[in-house]
Design a protein around this ligand. Structure first.
Ligand SMILES: Cc1cc2nc3c(=O)[nH]c(=O)nc-3n(C[C@H](O)[C@H](O)[C@H](O)COP(=O)(O)OP(=O)(O)OC[C@H]3O[C@@H](n4cnc5c(N)ncnc54)[C@H](O)[C@@H]3O)c2cc1C
Length: 489
């Protein structure tokens, strides 16, 4: 193998994906790698989303690396500070920090056909890497709403993923745009101190109770001293979550059971029939992400909170005007409008063989092979790439599965004298045809608009099946599915 590169492997990002990848390389004695991170600390999602009440919707004992158990999780659902502390601890324990180049944003990645490597232009300089692992996150680019007149607004505005803690909300009039997963977590928190909160809802979500609680001392003792108990508990959470696929993909009619739970939750927490109707979705349970919360509906009924379901006509200097012409004056606007989930901006920055950008290749919607490889982009490996997202289980499982798959691909390349590797066109095509066929009959295609869908209507964010079937497919390794391009000399 020639040494005309600066580093063997460059990894973008230091969230769960980047850190997990780095550890896997290290474990195989591959120490020639760097992690390029645009921020100044590790943690990804859990570094950036520090809004009040930020927490994970998957129980902590499953939403963590299988090989780095934390016996001391404080509660069933981990909070953002706990997850960030965990990821910092992972980076420290595995000695990853010397490999991380903080403040290095990837601006361009160009495949150099002659040298068979990636030329990476970052905010901190240029480097050449033989292999590029994109762990840049599926939900890492906040999306602001396109509201007419937004530039005229005279108050403070920020996105939930870039929360401005310097701005005290106590006594302030606040407009929250959006009622998705983040809003459901932070509105109950800010409503306690804000003077008034106007919550602008376009479409309601199905919400079920959050069965959260603190772990008792004897449980923590058992998790620490009885590894079998911890492993069994983790497995129990995993398999309980997996059963939900039966409703999402196999028999969407089963979702009626969930829908009844959602309806009962509304009935138990809201007595006003008008408000009940306004928060009840008109689409099938599961079509959009199902949320879990015990304090969202009570928050909407506080005297200082108003649920606004009339569409926003425009924003003016003083506040927000709805479709009926009502002006609600506010001091601050908070966008709970999600992320670029199906059009990752990084795609415009990556140019593969022949100079084609990934954004061009993905014009009709993102697609890859097993969410990892894209034909025409040799030695590029995605983690949390297209169609790997989940509506029912832990993304950390998918991340570990993809990292193990990438390691297998690297070994295959090594066995062929370091040949660059890409998936064959027809293999990627067949795989995506099959995916789209399965998605077509899933609950996600039952007639709602969700962030799982590309503008074309194609569902490009989700894996349509059991996570163990994803795992199985990454292990059933057929060499003939890949093209091995001879290494540069
Ligand atoms: C608010 C919120 C709640 C969530 N809740 C859940 C949940 O309950 N359950 C679940 O399974 N998943 C949840 N997720 C999804 C979550 O993103 C994944 O579970 C997981 O954290 C993804 O890890 P990652 O490393 O792939 O990406 P991230 O954690 O997003 O990390 C990506 C990293 O790449 C860096 N980066 C991006 N672009 C560049 C660039 N061009 N150059 C350099 N660095 C770059 C970013 O700064 C970041 O550090 C949630 C996401 C959000 C946003």
């Amino acid at each position: 193998m020639s040494r005309d590169v600066d580093v063997e492997v460059a990894i973008i990002g230091t969230g769960f994906a980047g850190l997990c990848m780095a550890i896997a390389l290290q474990r195989e004695g591959r120490h020639d790698f760097v992690l390029l991170e645009r921020a100044h600390e590790v943690g990804g999602t859990w570094r950036d989303n520090h809004y009040p009440g930020a927490a994970c919707d998957v129980p902590s004992h499953l939403y963590s690396l299988s090989f780095v158990p934390n016996t001391q999780w404080s509660r069933v659902y981990p909070t953002q500070p706990e997850l960030l502390a965990y990821l910092r601890e992972v980076a420290d324990r595995f000695g990853l920090r010397p490999h991380i180049r903080f403040g290095h944003e990837l601006r361009a990645a160009d495949w150099d056909d002659a040298r068979q490597c990636w030329r990476l232009t970052t905010s901190g300089g240029v480097l050449r890497a033989r292999r590029l692992v994109a762990g840049n996150g599926g939900l890492s680019e906040p999306k602001a709403p396109a509201l007419p007149g937004l530039e005229r607004f005279g108050g403070v505005q920020f996105h939930s993923a870039t929360w401005n803690h310097d701005y005290a909300l106590a006594g302030k009039r606040v407009a929250v745009i959006g009622t998705g997963a983040s809003a459901v977590q932070f509105v109950p928190e800010i409503a306690r101190e804000a003077g008034r909160v106007d919550v602008y809802q376009r479409t309601p979500n199905w919400i079920v109770p959050r069965l959260d609680r603190a772990y008792r001392p004897f449980e923590k003792w058992a998790f620490r001293h009885l590894p079998g108990v911890r492993a069994a508990y983790r497995a129990l959470i995993y398999w309980r979550n997996e059963t939900r696929v039966l409703g999402f993909v196999v028999h969407p009619a089963l979702m009626r059971i969930g829908q009844r739970a959602g309806e009962q939750h509304i009935a138990a927490q809201i007595s006003d029939p008008v408000l009940r109707a306004r928060v009840t979705p008109s689409y099938a349970f599961g079509c959009k992400r199902v949320l879990i919360s015990n304090d969202w509906y009570p928050a909407l009924q506080r005297p200082n909170v108003e649920l606004v379901t009339s569409p926003i006509r425009e924003v003016v200097r003083e506040g927000v005007i709805d479709d009926a012409g009502n002006l609600r004056e506010v001091d601050a606007m908070i966008f709970a409008t999600g992320f670029y989930a199906t059009e990752n901006p990084i795609a415009a920055r990556i140019r593969g063989a022949g100079g084609q950008s990934l954004a061009q290749a993905w014009q009709g919607g993102e697609q890859a092979y097993l969410g990892t490889l894209v034909h025409g982009f040799p030695n590029l490996f995605f983690i949390v790439g297209p169609n790997t997202g989940l509506g029912h289980n832990s993304m950390v499982f998918m991340i570990e599965t993809q990292v193990a798959y990438i390691m297998r691909l690297l070994r295959l390349s090594d066995a062929h004298d370091g040949a660059a590797i890409e998936v064959r066109d027809e293999v990627q095509r067949r795989f995506n045809d099959e995916l789209q066929q399965r998605l077509g009959s899933s609950i996600w295609a039952s007639g709602c608009n969700s962030w799982y869908q590309h503008a074309s209507g194609k569902i490009t964010a989700l894996w349509p099946g059991f996570t163990f079937s994803f795992w199985r497919r990454t292990r059933a390794f057929a060499v003939e599915d890949y093209a091995l391009l001879p290494a540069a000399r």
